[in-house]
Design a protein around this ligand. Structure first.
Ligand SMILES: N[C@@H](CC=O)C(=O)O
Length: 346
């Protein structure tokens, strides 16, 4: 049986990635597309300036776009994906939740709320149990689940793999693609021949979300992971794919070989859109990988890459990379939607 899904904020950059990733999905069928009032009533083709490298699926191009209100979305829709700007999402998502909808959201609001699961299916699927706590607290029948920010998703799988060695401290510097800022987020005059050493709010997101993802859940409450995470975030003129350089302190001082093996062997998830292998790890013979253009599309853009693993005085250093608008945004919400189905929440 197909699961009927809707996309809130379907015309934006991440909304378009949802449409691309849902095309041909084995269980999810798009039944609703919403956008701002000015797009409501138009066909998707009229409402959206399509910017993804594949074509708009024909049946989606002709679908009518609705307003982003619970009244405009049929009760038959089983799952909503949200890629709304957080200022809109913080107003509108509660209205859908009170109307009983289940939302897998990429938006920033509520990611750090104590009763909202922030999940990466391969890392902390057990945190979905927070939905019961959320329903008790908020008194709604719906459910809200969030995925982390793209730059957090890029590094956390590698940290989860290394945590078996006792993760104490992480210092990360990012080189983030322009698509992370959304369409026209950074102008060509600002970014060509340049790098911008500031992305508003990004550092604190990486520092807090990563510790929630790696933290524990005892069935009632979450606890944050005890490590210290320091982030420095930079915008560079790549189109897609966030590259990050990490220095990590690990209590057990693994060798680079042991660290590479832990990352390679870290288990994936048995979900339709999950990569076969979560982390692709480059060896010493390819010290210049991963690279955004070469490695962001591995396993349909859903795989994380790591490389350059080497020892330091207090631990290890390495680089990692992920496709920010696929694995780091729409693909992350999609996987969380698949996790909700697998867990019987839908
Ligand atoms: N906040 C991120 C979004 C991810 O792609 C960024 O600015 O890059």
């Amino acid at each position: 049986m197909a699961v009927q899904v809707g996309i809130l904020g379907a015309t934006g950059a991440v909304g378009q990635r949802f449409i691309q990733l849902l095309d041909g999905h084995p269980t999810f069928e798009i039944a609703a597309l919403t956008a701002s009032e000015s797009s409501a009533g138009k066909t998707y083709r009229e409402a959206a300036k399509w910017r993804v490298e594949t074509q708009i699926p024909e049946e989606i191009a002709e679908m009518e776009v609705g307003a982003t209100t619970p009244e405009a979305v049929s009760d038959d829709v089983d799952l909503l994906f949200s890629s709304l700007p957080s200022s809109v999402a913080s107003e509108v998502e509660p209205e859908f939740l009170e109307a009983g909808h289940i939302i897998s959201s990429n938006s920033l609001n509520d990611r750090m709320a104590d009763d909202v699961p922030l999940t990466i299916p391969e890392i902390n699927p057990d945190h979905l149990g927070l939905i019961e706590v959320q329903r008790d607290n908020r008194g709604w029948d719906g459910a809200l689940i969030k995925n982390p920010n793209c730059s957090t998703i890029t590094m956390v799988p590698t940290l989860a793999a290394l945590d078996e060695f006792g993760l104490d401290r992480v210092d990360v510097t990012t080189l983030q693609a322009v698509s992370g800022a959304g369409y026209s987020g950074v102008t060509s005059m600002e970014i060509i021949d340049n790098a911008i050493p500031h992305i508003g709010g990004e550092e604190s997101k990486m520092e807090s979300e990563s510790r929630k993802l790696l933290g524990g859940f005892d069935g009632a409450e979450l606890s944050m992971h005890e490590s210290t995470v320091n982030a420095s975030c930079n915008r560079i003129p790549t189109l897609d794919g966030h590259l990050e350089s990490l220095f990590v302190d690990l209590a057990d001082e693994p060798t680079p070989e042991e660290a590479r093996a832990a990352m390679r062997e870290y288990p994936g998830a048995d979900l339709p859109s999950a990569p076969e292998q979560l982390i692709h790890v480059f060896g010493d013979d390819e010290p210049d990988r991963p690279q955004p253009r070469m490695d962001r599309s591995r396993e349909n853009g859903m795989q994380i890459s790591a490389g350059g693993v080497a020892s330091t005085d207090s631990g290890l250093k390495y680089n990692c990379l992920a496709h920010n608008t696929i694995r780091g945004a729409a693909g992350a919400s999609l996987l969380n939607g698949e996790l909700l189905v697998e867990g019987g929440w839908i």
